[in-house]
Structures are given as structure tokens and as C-alpha cells.
Design a protein around this ligand. Structure first.
Ligand code: FAD
Ligand code: SF4
Length: 404
């Protein structure tokens, strides 16, 4: 339990699974985790709950995540949603963003009798669960069921509402909301700032995955949004986002898909399982390789990626090994598409349109650790908007904390 950011009662729920009481097991998990079907699939269990499992010391840990996933899926199939009549406490709260932070905050507030309205910029709620993580890892119908469950609790979701454009945060306070939670995530992609990054065929991972997952570009022209995937695709980065982009490119017909990462496999931040699946699907890993230029054709399309090889220094005081360039290792290989997946930071829109909201220089909203309270009275924040790109379960934990 100590390894789970929302303290799921792991021994209790597993005992109930063993006894065949799946409904009881579900209720046990749900007491602290609002999105078990999601967490069972995407939590990095190997560094969280399963890392601390006593059995892990002598082999493989108990598959806590898989059990959680099973129980949640069983519940979705066998126990139909029922609208819950919760007595109102007469207070209303606005939640900005409908990713795991916003959804989890809204659920806890609704259960406590608050009238909650979620304002979501996109036309579909769910945040990264809908627009980022691909269908083959997290079925969208399942996320939709979780959102439907939230609506059954009486939460209203207003889509196409970009706070900072359509309404400002001050407008929400003026509209009589007693509190505001900002869960606007980290949707601003970072780029490498190398020559050729503005060529046709270069995508940020965010744009690439949004076109595919949210706008269903794989069904184009039946859908409105296309995505152009060449025969050879290079995905830059070594996290979950890079693995998702690479595996999507493969599914869209690319013959060769490269992961280009400047450190070694050991330092890759992606979940082990994701790296393993990418390898199984034939993704080619170019480790200790750093792009220096994207080379274009005369008419502005990508032709090749120029890179250098890297070596790692001895660990510094923080234990981290720094990548340094290997002299004379310049080389290039042909690609038609480049997807940049080297990180995201919070979008500056809300900060830019809200007086008195303190943020770090890199964009993260500054909050009190214990409560999620921001520098503005009655305004709380959590998830990637506060921490920068992190995990689903940490975002959910932050949403719960602020609701409290
Ligand atoms: P988000 O999920 O980003 O949601 C924020 C929401 O706010 C979005 O819907 C956005 O449209 C909306 N919004 C933004 N600005 C405004 C505005 N001004 N007004 C109104 N709405 C706004 N984590 C894991 O634990 N496991 C994984 O396997 C994993 N894989 C990932 C794969 C990808 C491709 C990506 C991108 C991330 C992945 N993550 C994973 C990270 C995880 O998804 C995020 O940490 C998590 O979604 C953060 O939740 P959030 O609610 O803070 O923000
Ligand atoms: Fe493990 Fe995530 Fe479930 Fe917690 S929520 S028990 S970390 S799978």
C-alpha cells in the first residue's frame, strides 16, 4: 500500500478476489481510487505498488495492477451504473480540465454534496486518457464509462470551454463558484531547437497522438483530420509518450519506426512493459543517439535525420550519468516523418490571463503541498499543471487532495 499514491487497500481487495467476491473487491478499491479500470492498465506498477510487494523479493510480485484491472472490468460489465441521489450542500465548484486530476477532484466533491461543473477545452472530456494514450493501451469506451459514472453523480461537463479564452478564471469566481480547481495538465510540447524542426512531416507527439486518438485520423477521409506517416519514422525521446507515438506510427503503416534516445535503455523513463511491447512489435531502438539536424528536400519535406552518438559520463553527485557527444560520430539516416516526444510543460494560457496566480519559471502552478491551495484564495490546482508531466495516479491523488 505504501507504494500506491492513493493507498488502495491492496491486501483487503486481493483477499476478496481470492474469495470470489469481486463486487466487494471493487468497492474496496473504489474507496480510494476513482478510476481503477484506468490505473490497472496504465500505472507504472513496477515502481509503485508491485515494487513493495513482499513476493517481489523472491521473484515476481503479485500482479496487483492486473487484478485491479480485472475487478474494474468485471464491475463495468456486471454492475450497471445507478444514479446516486446525494443531498446538496448548496455550494458550487468549477473544475478546469477533465483529465484524471479534474475527474477525480470532481468525483470526490460531488460525493460530498457539491455541485460541480467541469470546463474542458476539447470537445471530448478525459484529458490525456482520451487524446494521448492510444486505444490499444486504454480503450476509450472504458474511459467513457468512467466519465458517465461521474455524470451519474450529478457532475456537469461543459466542453469546448477554454478557460483563459472563452471565460477567464475571474469570470468563474464572479459567476458564484465557491471554489475552483485547476487541472489543466501539461499540454505544451517541448522541441529540440535544432535546424529543420519546421519542415513538413515534423510533429510534436501531442499533435501526432491527438490527431490519431481524439480525431481518429486512422479513419480519414471518413473523419476530418488526416495524419501523414512516412515509410520511415523517427520518434525522439524515451518515455511512455515516445513508445505510444512509435507504436501508433507502426499501426498506421510505417515500415521502419525508430526510437532515438540520447541515453541508454537503463535510463529510459518509459514503463518496462511499454518498452517490451515496442520491441515485440519491431520498433528499432537507436540508443545513445542525439539528433542534430532534420534534413529537408528542396520543397520542404523531411529527407533524413542527422545524429551524433553519445557516451555516458560517470555518475555525478546526484547519481545521474550525463550524455556527452562522441567525437567523429556524426551520421544520418533516411526518414520521412519525425515525432518529437521529449517532454511537455503546462500551457501558459491560464497563468497569462489570471492576475495573482503564482507559477514557477517553467510554468508549473505553485501550490501548498498539503492542500493544493494556490496563491489565490479559493483556487486549488493539481496534476501535471503543478508537477509537469507525471503520471495518471499522481494527478488523481492531487485531485483528491484538493477536493478534501
Ligand atoms: P491531463 O490529462 O493533461 O488533462 C488536462 C485537461 O485539461 C485536458 O483535457 C485539457 O484539454 C484541459 N485543459 C487544458 N487547458 C485548459 C483550459 N485553459 N481550459 C479548459 N480545459 C483545459 N501516465 C501513466 O501513469 N501511465 C502511462 O502509461 C502514461 N502514458 C502516457 C502517454 C501519453 C501519450 C501521455 C501524453 C501521457 C502519459 N502519461 C501516463 C501521463 C499522464 O497521462 C498524465 O500525467 C495525466 O494525464 C495528467 O493528468 P491531468 O489531469 O493533470 O492532465
Ligand atoms: Fe497499483 Fe496504481 Fe492500483 Fe495503486 S492505483 S494499487 S499504484 S495499480
Amino acid at each position: 500500500m505504501g507504494g500506491c499514491p492513493v493507498n488502495v487497500w491492496i491486501p483487503e481487495f486481493i483477499k476478496l478476489v481470492a474469495a470470489g467476491d469481486f463486487a466487494g473487491a471493487y468497492d474496496q478499491i473504489k474507496a480510494t481510487n476513482n478510476l481503477p479500470a484506468v490505473c490497472g492498465r496504465v500505472c507504472p506498477q513496477e515502481i509503485q505498488c508491485e515494487k513493495f510487494c513482499a513476493r517481489a523479493r523472491r521473484g515476481e510480485p503479485v500482479a496487483i495492477g492486473r487484478l485491479e484491472r480485472f475487478v474494474a472490468d468485471w464491475n463495468l460489465t456486471n454492475r450497471p451504473l445507478k444514479a446516486e441521489a446525494i443531498p446538496s450542500n448548496g455550494k458550487k465548484v468549477a473544475v478546469i480540465g477533465s483529465g484524471p486530476a479534474g475527474l477525480s477532484c470532481a468525483a470526490d466533491l460531488a460525493k460530498a454534496g457539491y455541485q460541480v461543473t467541469i470546463f474542458e477545452a476539447f470537445h471530448v472530456p478525459g484529458g490525456v486518457l482520451m487524446y494521448g494514450i492510444p486505444e490499444f493501451r486504454l480503450p476509450k469506451a472504458l474511459v467513457q464509462k468512467e466519465i458517465d459514472a461521474l455524470k451519474q453523480l450529478g457532475v456537469t461537463i461543459e466542453t469546448n470551454m477554454v478557460i483563459g479564452k472563452v471565460l477567464s478564471l475571474a469570470d468563474l469566481t464572479e459567476a458564484g463558484y465557491d471554489g475552483v480547481f485547476i487541472g489543466s495538465g501539461a499540454g505544451l510540447p517541448s522541441f529540440m531547437n535544432i535546424p529543420g524542426e519546421n519542415l513538413n512531416g515534423v510533429y510534436s507527439a501531442n499533435e501526432f497522438l491527438t490527431r490519431i486518438n481524439l480525431m481518429k485520423a486512422y479513419q480519414f477521409p471518413e473523419t476530418d483530420t488526416p495524419v501523414k506517416v512516412g515509410k520511415r519514422v523517427a520518434v525522439i525521446g524515451g518515455g511512455n509518450v515516445a513508445m505510444d507515438a512509435a507504436r501508433c506510427a507502426k499501426r498506421l503503416g510505417a515500415e521502419e519506426v525508430y526510437i532515438v534516445y540520447r541515453r541508454s535503455e537503463e535510463e529510459m523513463p518509459a514503463r518496462l512493459e511499454e518498452v517490451h511491447h515496442a520491441e515485440e512489435e519491431g520498433i528499432i531502438f537507436k540508443m545513445l543517439t542525439n539528433p542534430t539536424q532534420i534534413i529537408g528536400t528542396e520543397d520542404g519535406w523531411i529527407k533524413a535525420l542527422a545524429c551524433v552518438k553519445m557516451t555516458l559520463t560517470e555518475p555525478d553527485e546526484s547519481g545521474r550519468r550525463r550524455p556527452v557527444e562522441k567525437p567523429g560520430s556524426e551520421h544520418q539516416f533516411e526518414v520521412e516523418t519525425v515525432v518529437v516526444a521529449i517532454g511537455q510543460s503546462p500551457n501558459p494560457l491560464i497563468k497569462a490571463t489570471t492576475t495573482g496566480l503564482d507559477t514557477h519559471a517553467w510554468g508549473g502552478i505553485i501550490v501548498e503541498e498539503e492542500t493544493g491551495a494556490s496563491s489565490l484564495a479559493g483556487v486549488y490546482a493539481g496534476g501535471d499543471a503543478v508537477t509537469g508531466a507525471a503520471t495518471v495516479i499522481l494527478a488523481m491523488g492531487a485531485g483528491k487532495k484538493s477536493a478534501q
